[in-house]
Design a protein around this ligand. Sequence first.
Ligand code: PLP
Length: 425
Amino acid sequence: MNALHLSADGEPDAEKAFFVADLSIVYKQHERWKKLLPEIEPFYAVKCNPDPYILRLLAALGASFDCASNNEIKQVLDIGVNPARIIFANPCKATSFIRSAARAGVDAMTFDNTDELHKIARTHPGAKLIVRILTDDSKSLCRLGLKFGAPLVTVPALLAKAQELKLDVIGVSFHVGSGCYDPSAFAEAVARARAAFDMGREAGYEFSLLDVGGGFEDATFETTAKVLTDAIDRHFPVRDRIRIIAEPGRYYVSKAFSLAANIIARRAPPAHEQTSATSSPSDAEIAAVAVAAADAAVVEQEQPSVMYYINDGVYGAFNCILFDHQSPQPYVLSLNGSFHVPASIPLRAASVWGPTCDSLDCVCSMVKLPATLEVGDWLGFENMGAYTVCAASQFNGFEVSKVIYTTGAGPGAAEVREALRAYEV
Ligand code: PLP
């Protein structure tokens, strides 16, 4: 039995939650990309996870970068990436940011409105512009069309204005929405991009860049690659003078990070607590409530009979629940101080909460967990690499969980336990 030494007396926060990052996953996703979309150059969307080692690895592998702000541009330039390998893919930028991009030699940038053209004409007249068009984002978890993208009907007027301001528009971009679960959205978007290319020609431009944005999902990548390639073949049969790029984020990093979080507290739900004499129920009391709840409830109505509090929550890594429409599910990393978690074990309905004082901070409202799971045990969460650490706050003074790096078979339970073992020594 692997005894865990969780006491760590005198060491504050010795049981801190942590990410385990497996950079080999990022490498494999890049290889997969090159195999299935050899014609499309990936510009990794830094916003998705700006981890310095991910950026360095992708830079070394020859990928380029999609940046949304000055700081992202600086972070990428600071690791030695040539500014020609950056697209400033934010259609609504502060004037000072455009000026800084000009100074840094970052020329490629998107726009979707006339004011942006005026700002660029004033501060970066040599920019290489890409018109971001609106596409159907209704098949995606995170819809971006509410905020960005010029409807096709507005594109001719935008291009006329760009001509008037003597700006160089070099191509078209779109984003089908992040977490796109219907690959056909890409086909429809490429058709719209074709129409925008034709509008470019009418306006006197010869576009040379097609940017197919982000939205790529690990699970549907093969299908998406096929749909996208077919659509490009269909709508851009002659493309020897067209460079095609994309802005993948989630696809590269989602699977590369897992999170290990420690159970720091446990209690009965308020409804059960009214009948309980103490605010901190004993194991026997919790078990009794669980049995009673199990007896009373038909499966659909089952309510959690125990609440677990872990040391990362929606104000930290699990902000992906609020901002990215995710529903992370825990698995048990350690049980009663041991890494040995029997395959078959009595379970009970539980809810899992973050550490802050806000009741919004709920990680999982209903999950089946081992009946004997207790304070000090560890839970693991997979697929925690995209839109997690980048938007984590320190609300209530809780630190953003640190990252431990590995390379291997992926940050599965075995790798995370290994990291936990090392962490606890
Ligand atoms: N490009 C732009 C302009 C975005 O706004 C985003 C995400 O919001 C991305 C790329 C990355 O999208 P994804 O992570 O879905 O690939």
